[in-house]
Design a protein around this ligand. Structure first.
Ligand SMILES: *[C@@H]1O[C@H](CO)[C@@H](O)[C@H](O)[C@H]1NC(C)=O
Ligand SMILES: *[C@@H]1O[C@H](CO)[C@@H](O)[C@H](O)[C@H]1NC(C)=O
Length: 219
């Protein structure tokens, strides 16, 4: 089914390009594969600059990860360590591609969280979950187990640029997750989330790979 969606989405993109001749629009300033070559020291600097450390993490993951969306152009739009992606149409569907360094035998958990959602004061946790896939062998995320189906960021008006973070954890093994599954159409149950509490619950340790972008409300 997911593969089917992917084909449909590729097909539509190709059609869209053909029909409307969408001009080359890409916010990226780094080539696709370069993101995975990010120096760990620079990665840490970016995480501190955008205050992912300390707002979300205490220390920097060593590795970058890659996440890019189809955008109707030829190269896609990707998260590049704090870049702005302000086109909700691009991020409305889940990224077409995720990648990180792996021996391909390990199982991973991937979470995408919003860390500036500012939920009501009484909630325990400050994050909003946008996408959670577990038991991903290597980086074959389409074959992983979707706990929380993807929802594109929907930044509230007048809140400025909000941060959205992708986190990848190494699992000790293939695991049984007991979580409420959240469909892509459901916006409830997504706030009051903590990636750390989730990771602690399943002994995932600290995230091994990361990337993030920022988005603001657009009409
Ligand atoms: C993991 O799989 C990818 C894609 O098939 C491949 O490019 C990569 O070299 C593999 N990594 C290892 C360590 O085998
Ligand atoms: C937030 O989540 C925690 C942990 O699951 C739970 O104890 C708490 O009751 C939740 N708070 C609200 C307001 O939902």
């Amino acid at each position: 089914m997911k593969f089917y969606n992917r084909f449909v989405s590729l097909f539509l993109t190709v059609r869209l390009v053909k029909l409307t001749e969408v001009p080359f629009t890409s916010t990226q300033n780094v080539k696709m594969k370069d993101v995975l070559l990010k120096d760990p020291i620079e990665l840490e600097e970016d995480l501190k600059y955008w205050k992912i450390i300390p707002d979300l993490l205490k220390e920097a993951p060593k590795q970058p990860m890659q996440a890019w969306w189809l955008d109707g152009g030829w190269t896609g739009t990707e998260a590049i360590f704090g870049n702005e992606i302000n086109d909700p149409e691009i991020t409305a569907e889940e990224p077409f591609w995720l990648e990180w360094k792996t021996n391909n035998d390990t199982f991973h958990t991937m979470m995408m969280v919003g860390i500036d959602e500012k939920p009501k004061k009484y909630t325990t946790f400050k994050e909003k979950q946008y996408w959670i896939i577990v038991n991903i062998k290597g980086f074959d995320f389409l074959a992983g187990e979707y706990l929380t189906e993807y929802m594109g960021p929907d930044p509230p008006e007048n809140k400025g640029l909000l941060r959205y973070v992708f986190l990848v954890y190494r699992q000790p093994d293939k695991l049984k997750f007991k979580e409420k599954k959240i469909s892509s159409r459901k916006d409830i149950y997504r706030t009051n989330f903590s990636s750390k509490a989730f990771a602690d619950k399943y002994n995932l340790g600290k995230p091994m790979a990361i990337n993030f972008f920022r988005a603001r409300f657009e009409y």
